[in-house]
Design a binder for this molecule. Structure first.
Ligand code: NAG
Length: 363
């Protein structure tokens, strides 16, 4: 008797988690109710009792059957999109009901172009959230103030929305964050001074906002940071020389800000940097004469500043400079001749005080 009895209990327990719990299903249905996707009908698949089965973009933990991922991308290679011959469009808003999905690890509602409203503040209480990606909508309001509670968050991507207010100071507590993209919003105020606490971060993209204040020196402490884009803001102060010491940094975009002071020599000496854009700032002083055979720039744009003096002779030592722009400064003197950039055109040098030599007029 007892031998038969035990497997029966096991069976009963197992069958209890073979489909999605009614509470998760209910949360998804109210999430769905706040959205309107008129062209592809993908949310029409959200019917039936088991939300873990064939609900478009929903997936569950295999053992617990709790909803783990919501992944809805409006621009995708999915056959649904190819068949419809169009990208996605969705209106409505992100219902706070999704915060009842306690086991959620991934929330991607990306590139639907028409979703409005705010990011529900309660998302910061989802302890397992790893990916929060709502790029390419019309989401407004502020980022949740206590977003820093998301200790497992690796990706925070809210780019291409209408998010305003400040970058919440708590953001520096996102200890697992690897990819931060706040680009193209309406964020104002300064960048948190201790953003450099985010030791796992490899990409920090904050361009096209209205950020003011200085570039935090602490950013130089992020060993893994490969891509830093602060372009098209209202950032002022000078470029921290420490940025030149960063070993992994390869892309640095600071263009179209109000950055002043001179270009730190360490920056141009950093042979790991391959894309540098400092264009359209108030940089002054000389271009540091620190190029060397290991210098390899895919792109080096120093145009539209107040740089003076001559183009440093050492630049001829650089092994390669793909695109270089020194136009619209106050440079003077002969342009050094180098095979590394003999493909450059006059436009790379025009608008200076008295530069001469190829590709400009002879001296
Ligand atoms: C550098 O930034 C400026 C201003 O934001 C932009 O116009 C230019 O195209 C950028 N340069 C390169 C090489 O991308």
């Amino acid at each position: 008797m007892g031998i038969l009895f035990i497997p029966l209990i096991v069976l009963a327990v197992t069958s209890a988690v073979t489909s999605c719990p009614p509470s998760d299903r209910a949360a998804l249905l109210s999430f769905k109710a706040a959205l309107n996707e008129p062209y592809l009908g993908i949310l029409d698949s959200w019917t039936g009792t088991d939300c873990c089965q064939n609900w478009y973009g929903v997936s569950c933990d295999q053992s617990t059957k709790r909803v783990a991922d919501i992944s809805l991308r409006g621009e995708s290679e999915d056959p649904i999109f190819l068949k419809a011959g169009r990208t996605g469009f969705m209106t409505g808003s992100l219902s706070p009901s999704l915060c009842q999905l306690e086991r959620l690890t991934t929330l991607v509602v990306a590139d639907w172009k028409g979703i409005t409203g705010e990011i529900p503040a309660c998302v910061s209480s989802l302890p397992n959230l790893r990916i929060l990606d709502v790029i390419g909508n019309k989401i407004s309001g502020e980022l949740p103030a206590d977003i820093g509670r998301l200790s497992r968050l690796t990706v925070l991507n809210v780019a291409d929305n209408l998010i305003s207010g400040r970058i919440p100071p708590s953001i520096v507590n996102l200890q697992s964050l690897m990819h931060l993209d706040l680009s193209n919003n309406k964020l104002s105020g300064s960048i948190p001074a201790d953003l450099g606490n985010l030791k796992m971060m490899s990409r920090a993209l904050l361009s096209r906002n209205q950020l003011t204040g200085p570039i935090p020196c602490s950013l130089a402490n992020i060993y893994r940071l490969a891509d830093l884009d602060l372009s098209m803001n209202k950032i002022s102060g000078s470029i921290p020389a420490q940025l030149g010491q960063m070993r992994v940094l390869s892309t640095l975009k600071l263009d179209s800000n109000q950055i002043s002071g001179s270009i730190p020599a360490s920056l141009l000496r950093n042979t790991g940097l391959s894309i540098v854009n400092l264009s359209r700032n108030n940089l002054e002083g000389f271009i540091p004469d620190v190029f060397c055979p290991k210098s390899y720039f895919t792109s080096l744009d120093l145009s539209f500043n107040n740089l003076k003096g001559s183009i440093p002779k050492s630049i001829t030592a650089a092994s390669y400079i793909g695109h270089m722009d020194m136009s619209h400064n106050h440079l003077c003197g002969p342009i050094p001749a180098s095979a590394a950039f003999d493909h450059l055109e006059a436009s790379s040098f025009m608008g200076n005080d008295c530069l001469c030599g190829m590709p400009l007029r002879t001296c």
